[in-house]
Design a protein around this ligand. Structure first.
Ligand SMILES: NC(=O)c1ccc[n+]([C@@H]2O[C@H](COP(=O)([O-])OP(=O)(O)OC[C@H]3O[C@@H](n4cnc5c(N)ncnc54)[C@H](OP(=O)(O)O)[C@@H]3O)[C@@H](O)[C@H]2O)c1
Length: 282
């Protein structure tokens, strides 16, 4: 593998472009060694202008051929089609990474038809600000050195957690979709500030910084959030009055149920993909 690696991002939309931006900024990839593909000419031109990389509309085969690392960043429904398109260009010494939700390793391997290292990564949208949470798993072929390469790519845009393929549905539900839950939380805090007479600007600034600061405090202190929560409660005070309301309305179990439901929803799709694979073999 060349150093820096030659990276091809097939389907560089929201997630693919965020990854490219993070990798270039962290210098784990170089613009001269990075190519991207899109469906339309307009998107390819925008990527070239934004990152100074080579981007082509529909040039998947060429891009995969010249790459050490091929990242599949198209929507899950387009993955089989794109793999079939590039299949003849894939080699055992390349690394293949899929970002697609609910698409298990076995299905990707069956499409690839080659004993090559395959990784599944589930990033989330804060990779755009290099604060993503990324769950990654790999197939049996992947070596420790290849895992380190993949980890270094994703560390450029956030925090990496290694999991098993079977755990990816839970990762999708917790951190993949998680930013959407937090956006609602922030939105509700802003609405509360407005209701209590604070300006929109002040409500927004205070709400966003409160979530950012609390998350940083959990991470930096290494303490369980329950301990930190207890530390800010004064007996008979304001915070415990609010917490009583949150508990009364079931915020905690609401979130557990939401993530459980999302995991089961993702697992249903994963199982359907695996069933299709079994049916195609038998
Ligand atoms: N967004 C998230 O929060 C998130 C989180 C975790 C995982 N993911 C995964 O990331 C993947 C991409 O999601 P996204 O939100 O980034 O989607 P997106 O913004 O719609 O990007 C998809 C890209 O694929 C391109 N494309 C479509 N067909 C193509 C083809 N045949 N060849 C080459 N490029 C093609 C599109 O090009 P045009 O721009 O020209 O149409 C677009 O740039 C999905 O598998 C998703 O499951 C996303």
């Amino acid at each position: 593998m060349s150093s820096p690696p030659r990276v091809a991002v097939l389907g560089a939309g929201n997630m693919g472009a965020a990854l490219i931006g993070g990798m270039l900024k962290a210098e784990v990839a170089e613009a001269a060694h990075c190519v991207a593909t899109t469906r339309t000419e307009a998107s390819a031109a925008a990527l070239e202008k934004r990152f100074g990389i080579l981007a082509t509309a529909g040039g998947n085969r060429e891009a995969a051929k010249g790459a050490d690392i091929v990242i599949l960043a198209v929507k899950p429904v387009n993955i089989p089609k794109v793999i079939r398109e590039i299949r003849d260009e894939l080699r055992e010494d390349q690394i293949l990474i899929s970002l697609a939700a609910s698409l298990p390793l076995a299905v990707i391997e069956a499409e690839v038809r080659l004993r090559m290292p395959v990784f599944r990564a589930m990033p989330n949208i804060p990779v755009i600000v290099e604060e993503g949470a990324i769950g990654i798993c790999h197939n049996a072929v992947a070596t420790r050195a290849q895992r380190e390469i993949v980890e270094s790519l994703f560390r450029a845009v956030g925090v990496v957690a290694w999991v098993d393929d079977e755990q990816m549905d839970a990762v999708t539900a917790l951190s993949g979709s998680g930013p959407a839950y937090v956006y609602i939380f922030i939105e509700a805090m802003i609405a509360a500030g407005l209701k209590m007479g604070l300006s929109r600007e002040i409500s927004t600034r205070l709400a966003e910084q409160t979530v950012l600061g609390a998350a940083k405090h959990v991470r930096d202190s290494g303490l369980h959030p329950a301990i930190l929560r207890d530390q800010v409660i004064t007996p008979g005070g304001v915070t415990i009055a609010a917490i009583h309301e949150l508990e009364r309305h079931g915020l905690r179990s609401m979130l557990i149920s939401a993530i459980e439901t999302a995991t089961l929803h993702s697992r249903k799709r994963t199982n359907a993909m695996l069933e299709d694979l079994e049916n195609s073999i038998s």
